[in-house]
Structures are given as structure tokens and as C-alpha cells.
Design a protein. Sequence first.
Length: 363
Amino acid sequence: MQKQIIFIKNSTCDHVRVLKFNSVFKNCDIHTTFLGWDRTPESQHHSRDKYDLVKYILHGGGYGKNILLIYYPIWILKIFIWDFFRKKQKGEVLIAIDFDSAFPLFLSKLFGSKSKYIYDIHDDFALRYKWSNIIKKIITFLDYKVKNGSLKTIHVDENRIRPKDKNYVILHNSPMDFHEVFNPPSYKLTLAAIGHLSPIRGLDSIITFAEKAPDISLIIVGKQLFSEATQKRIEACENISIFKQMPQEELFKIISDCSGIYSLYDASIEINKKAASNKLYDAMMLGIPVIVNREIEASEFVEAHNTGFIVSYSYDDSWHALNKQIRDINLIKDKGLNGRKLFQKKYNFTQNVMDKIVKPHLL
């Protein structure tokens, strides 16, 4: 009997963390299906052929907060109806990513569904938006119920664990190892900003630094969620190269010889303080220092393990210090290789998924 995994995620099949899980499962001859939400007509669906089946049960809505008040309930209802009325397959396990995908599975179980689901929490839904206190308390209460109804709950780091949590594992947001044989980067005078590129990811300070240090190159790669004014600032800088979102393997080739990778988050948004950024672990895997802002909890990790540089979220004197530090090749090499050693010791995604999910639940 072939094992089956069904991913449920409010996005397209290109989501990086889901693709990492999928790669591990496919190597174990596990059939994989992706059930998702296609939010915009511009979605590329680069990774459709990596799954055995991809199906979207909701289209539209984009990422605007107001319209999502309508679309999230529709998404939850559709997942509930899909799970409750479908014919279950032997040997299948659902992996629901975040509360909005796991909650309808919990409800379905209350009404008699026999589905087994793993609850993978990327972001705490109660903290993701600026809900009223009463709404936060309701979501938190329901979230505990969803966790307790799951086969296993997955947290992305230790900071996300709540006092009453049980039956959980930690799978850090680390990448699969890009290297067959690791060779240290050449550490060119180049920095990288990757992933979701928006005003709440420190983009203003990143561009300001590029404007004031024209001899330091900046590579920008990812989903570009910024204004026309920001676009004009980028185009005015000859030291900035910009690329659209691309598969992770291609991204790593482009940034593999950088001297730093940005991982900045606006800490005025509560969930961002606990940001478990894959950029932090990407940098460690590549042997490149990470650049984080002091206002988020990840800065404590970076300082404790000496794996990167710490700046303020807003442009200030700490960025002047970065300008000097990023030119010290020995300092960069020490921090980058510290991260690489730590990645090999503790944060290899493939091995952690095998040990914590595949062997106990799927074999």
C-alpha cells in the first residue's frame, strides 16, 4: 500500500517549505498531492510537476486585508466540505499548513471524519493580523483544540511553543543542503535581499544602504511587493541587480558568493518579532553571514552563535558599522563558516523530516 500525503495551503504549489517537504517524501516513494488557493492571475506555478497532483479549490482574493475577511471564511468552508464528503484513502496523511487550513479539518473530525492530519504552523494566526483582544483569545482557544486533534503539531522554532502545547516536534525553517561538496564562498563585496520584498521587510533601509555605499553590490530576488517610488530608487542605483522570484536552486547559484543575506522584519507587527525566517537558515547552509535587525528575537540567536551582523530596522549608525564590517573578509568568513557548521550539526532539513515525521508516521 503506497503512502499518500495531501498538502493543504492557502497559496500556490510554489511555497518553498512545502516543496522541501515534498522533495523528502518523493524520495521515499510517497504519493503527494497539493490542495491550494490561487490568489492572483499572475501566479506562475513553477513547481506543478514536482507533485503527483495539484488542485486549486479557491481562486482570487489577492493579499489585500479587507477582501480576505471574505475569502478566508470561503477557504475554510471549502476545505471542510472537501474533507467531510470525500472518500478517504488508506495510508494517507494530510499536512495542513497554518490555522486556516487545519481548523476545517478539526471541524470535519468533530462531525465524524476519519482524516489524520499533521498541523504545520508557519505563523501564529492569532498574531498575524491586528485582531481585537477578544478575537485573539478565541483564535488561540480554537488553535489549542486544532493542535490536540492533530496526529502531530510542527513548530518552526522553539519561540513558537506555547505553555499548553504537547505532542509537537520542531522542524526549523532550514533548507535542504544545496551542496554536494561544500566549498567556502568567495565572499564578493555583494549583499542579497531575497524572498518577499516589501516595506515591512526593511526594504527602505536596504535601499538607503545601497545608495550610500555604491561600491557594494546588492542582488534583489523575489516577490516584489513595493511601490513605484521604491522601484524608481532601485533603478537609479547602478549597484543593484533585481530578479523576479525563481526556483530555490537557481536562487542559491546567484547568491552563493555574497558576503551577507538580509533578514529584516518590522517588529511593530507582533508576529514579526518571532520571525523564523528561512533566509536565516539559507545563509547558514550557504556559509554566508546573515544580517538581521536587533528588534526581532532572531538577533539573539545570531549574536549567541556569531553567525552574522545586527543592525537597527531603521537606518542609523549601526548601518555605518555594517559598511565597515562587510569589508573585513576574515570577519565575514568566520561568521559564515560558524553558520555552516551549525547547519550541518543541527539544521539539516532532510534528516530532521526523516527522523521526526517520515519514520514515526509514514513508514
